[in-house]
Ligand binder design. Structure first.
Ligand SMILES: [Fe+2]
Length: 198
């Protein structure tokens, strides 16, 4: 069993960000596994360094999405990211200096920080970002619908145009001949004269 398991409750309704959070969870699990293996300190230093690097790139991506959407709580969110990175870098420096070792206390800290951050701060932006996405999707669907209607009207116009011209000329020709005939001549006669006229 993994130290942390991904669960649907962690979803922020974004395929990209959910995947990044899963990678963060996997890296914490890697660090936990390295500690349990009791491997060389260098191994744990490397896994911890990878975790910090990935965390920083994830935070940049997440903040970029929030910035693009003009998310109003970006600054407070950014501040929480900054505080975590500072803390993690400090721990890494102590690890490199031999003043600190990877322990269950560190892993529990990482687990609780990430879980609380995703369930708290991160999930606050989910409805905002989705509300931003849906109007765009709606506008695109509306524009596509208008375009389809125009295409249909144009296609019908192309077919109807020549037909209405033919029908118009036939009718006007027929009407002309009807007018020329003495009253009482029927529709059959009119149509016969139109056909024989061709
Ligand atoms: Fe975040």
């Amino acid at each position: 069993m993994a130290f942390i398991d991904w669960a649907p409750k962690f979803s922020v309704q974004s395929v990209v960000l959910d995947q990044q959070h899963k990678t963060l969870i996997a890296l914490i699990n890697d660090l936990h596994a390295a500690m349990l293996r009791g491997g060389a300190t260098e191994d744990m230093q490397k896994v911890f360094k990878d975790l910090i690097s990935y965390t920083e790139s994830h935070f940049r991506a997440e903040e970029g999405i929030m910035r693009q959407a003009a998310y109003p709580r970006l600054e407070a969110h950014h501040q929480q990211h900054v505080e975590f990175v500072e803390k993690a870098r400090d721990l890494h420096a102590q690890l490199l200096a031999g003043k600190f070792t990877v322990s269950m206390d560190l892993l529990r800290f990482l687990k609780s920080w990430l879980s609380e951050h995703i369930l708290g701060m991160d999930q606050q932006y989910a409805p905002f970002l989705n509300a931003q996405k849906n109007p765009v999707a709606s506008r695109v669907r509306a524009a596509q619908s208008v375009q389809r209607s125009r295409d249909r009207e144009r296609a019908v116009g192309i077919v109807r145009g020549p037909l209405s011209i033919v029908r118009g000329s036939v009718l006007s020709d027929g009407n002309r001949r009807t007018e020329q005939r003495p009253s009482g001549s029927g529709c059959i006669q009119t149509m016969t004269s139109v056909v024989s006229n061709k």
